[in-house]
Design a protein around this ligand. Structure first.
Ligand SMILES: Nc1ncnc2c1ncn2[C@@H]1O[C@H](COP(=O)(O)OP(=O)(O)OP(=O)(O)O)[C@@H](O)[C@H]1O
Length: 326
């Protein structure tokens, strides 16, 4: 049985249905990415799971027990990091964590041990005596994460934790979350930074306008969107004296080639979308790209740059939510 089971969750705010029949499960030791644009219903769902709001309909089971009916029993098992949180101006990192450890009811030696262990895990030991107000965004994020870990919860709910972090802080956060999952914790993390989640999550749930559009393993989601069977090529030509006509010739030639689904002209380049047979391998995508390059060069076109990429989770998201994302 999964640690967390969300069943038919609904939340209405007056006439607005912010969450509409959302169901998913999250097992211990795994990370689920909750992906969706602004206003999709991610925070509302997370707040309900964190017992800070109650659903209009539906059920949330944690360890098999209803957290809607018994929020007090569920709270010790949950660590929640909201998308907006505060630190206090005139207290140090250690004081901040110690204060919340007291709030969690930790006492004496156990409190000292937990605060020290969380500081060690989140790499905050060197910043122990620093004022929280003087920390960088990434460090504040670590303090906030540390705060959610003090009572050793089984389920972590992290609302947009990577938002506003620089690339290095994101990689560090990713490593921390992986370590937490390896310790057996279940992690629910939301983001609109899709590529970040592709690397970090075991499974994903895509939500838009309150409804889940797709759930599953990142690889399966990619397969469902056929993203693995498509590639995008970018071609740059040396226009030379002929100028525009070189691009026009290239465009015509490309449109005649097998597997070319779309050709788009942009200033100084041509973008080509290749679509392959279902189940095509990476090698087959590479071969199709190589054939296109050979055709261009064979026709005497002055190709000066040629690159291709497989479509990723971002593309999968755009396919699944096509036409619905504002
Ligand atoms: N307390 C509230 N009262 C009325 N409407 C609300 C309330 N909280 C959220 N909403 C609305 O519910 C919808 C879902 O909001 P929610 O914050 O869950 O989205 P989100 O996916 O977390 O977006 P973001 O990434 O912008 O935080 C939005 O239309 C929002 O305006």
């Amino acid at each position: 049985m999964s640690l967390l089971q969300v069943k038919g969750l609904r939340r209405d705010y007056g006439a607005l249905r912010a969450v509409d029949d959302v169901s998913f499960e999250l097992a211990a030791g795994t990370i689920l990415g909750f992906i969706g644009p602004n206003g999709a219903g991610k925070s509302t769902t997370m707040r309900i799971i964190a017992t800070l709001d109650t659903p209009t309909a539906g059920e949330v089971l944690l360890d098999g027990k209803s957290l809607v009916d018994s929020p007090d029993l569920a709270r010790p098992l949950i660590g929640y990091m909201p998308d907006r949180y505060g630190t206090y101006d005139d207290i140090t990192v250690w004081e901040f964590l110690d204060f919340f450890a007291r709030a969690y009811g930790l006492k004496g030696a156990e409190r000292t041990r937990r605060v020290a262990s969380v500081m060690e895990f989140t790499g905050l030991v060197p910043l122990k005596d620093k004022l929280t107000s003087a920390l960088s965004k990434g460090m504040k994020q670590r303090v906030a994460l540390g705060r959610t870990l003090l009572h050793d919860p089984k389920l972590l709910i992290l609302d947009e934790p990577a938002d506003g972090l620089d690339p290095r802080a994101r990689i560090e956060l990713r490593e921390l979350l992986r370590a937490l999952a390896d310790q057996g914790k279940a992690v629910l993390i939301s983001s609109h930074i899709l590529t970040e989640l592709a690397e970090i999550c075991d499974t994903c749930a895509i939500i838009e306008q309150g409804r889940l559009l797709a759930t599953g393993k990142v690889a399966d989601l990619l397969a469902q969107s056929h993203a693995g069977e498509a590639a995008e090529l970018t071609i740059r030509l040396a226009p030379g004296a002929e100028g525009e006509t070189v691009y026009e010739r290239a465009e015509r030639l490309l449109l005649e080639q097998p597997r070319v689904a779309q050709v788009t002209r942009e200033p100084g380049l041509v973008r080509v979308r290749l679509e392959l047979e279902p189940g095509s391998t990476r090698v087959q995508v590479d071969e199709a790209a190589a054939r296109l390059l050979a055709a261009l060069v064979g026709a005497g076109l002055p190709v000066c740059a040629f690159s291709h990429r497989e479509l990723n989770l971002e593309d999968a998201f755009m396919t699944v939510t096509k036409g619905r994302v504002a």
